[in-house]
Design a binder for this molecule. Structure first.
Ligand SMILES: [Zn+2]
Length: 279
């Protein structure tokens, strides 16, 4: 009898939890985006180059990179423009003056875990990409594109940077400019530049709900995503364990445990643009 009496409140609690979860999932969805298992697979890309600003930025596209390698057997390369020396440590794991070296090591381990084939870590100033001549950055990205010969370049949307960070927007602009120039220019040594660029985006409802002023800025400056793909909770959590000096940055930024956030922010969202028609 006691069990029957307890069933009513338990059921009500269950329904309540399910309703809250469904509402949270809806906030972190972009229903108009085409659902695919793999961005590289859906496009038929054979070589992917990701261009980002900081150690740990690659976790924002961990699903894309990991799936490209494991499922589609695609060549993957990662460029990170800074060594993250200005980052806050959460938790404190090293002398602040050693942070660039520590974060460089974390980034190399993260790249290895994602089975990245080639990795470049540059030494532009963290939180100072805005002060670097855009042409200097573009030239560096152009050289990386020529080296790795991707057909797909992955980067930040230049108007929002997925988080509103100025470095994200700057490297997104540099990657876009470089990719476009090579795609529109003449082929050199049989390589005619990338065919697609994929900009990683945030779910607008979700980032507006948890991201404060920066989240509102991001949501207002993002385009509609064209594609969504699974982000993989275990890959992201493993990535944050590897980035030990940044392990609790999700909790610090959004006041939500990373594991809980990823239960509702499950997908990665992209705007994919074709830079040239190769047919
Ligand atoms: Zn970053």
């Amino acid at each position: 009898m006691a069990a029957i009496v307890a069933t009513g409140p338990a059921l009500a609690f269950g329904f309540c939890c399910a309703a809250v979860y469904a509402r949270a999932r809806a906030l972190f969805a972009e229903p108009a985006a085409k659902k695919v298992a793999s961005i590289a697979g859906a496009l038929g890309a054979k070589r992917v180059l990701a261009v980002f600003a900081h150690p740990d930025d690659e976790l924002r596209v961990a699903g894309l990179l990991r799936t490209a390698k494991r499922r589609d057997h695609v060549f993957t390369a990662l460029v990170t423009a800074t060594r993250g020396e200005m980052g806050g440590q959460v938790p404190l794991v090293a002398r602040q003056r050693d942070l660039a070296a520590v974060r460089t090591a974390e980034l190399l381990k993260s790249g290895f875990a994602l089975r990245i084939d080639e990795q470049e870590i540059w030494n532009f100033p963290d939180s100072g990409l805005d002060g670097v001549d855009l042409e200097v950055l573009v030239a560096r990205v152009e050289a990386a594109i020529r080296t790795h010969r991707p057909d797909l370049v992955v980067t930040f949307w230049p108007e929002s940077g997925q988080s509103g960070h100025a470095d994200h927007m700057r490297i997104g602009r540099a990657a876009e400019t470089a990719a476009l120039r090579l795609a529109k220019g003449p082929a050199v040594d049989g390589y005619g530049g990338p065919r697609w660029i994929a900009y990683v985006l945030a779910p607008r409802g979700g980032i507006r709900a948890i991201g404060g002023e920066a989240g509102a800025f991001v949501a207002a400056h993002q385009p509609d995503p064209t594609h969504a793909m699974p982000g993989r909770l275990s890959t992201r959590m493993k990535g944050w364990r590897i980035h030990a000096s940044q392990r609790y940055s999700i909790e610090t930024a959004y006041r939500i445990p990373a594991r809980l956030l990823y239960l509702v922010w499950r997908d990665e969202f992209y705007k994919v643009t074709e830079l040239k028609d190769h047919n």
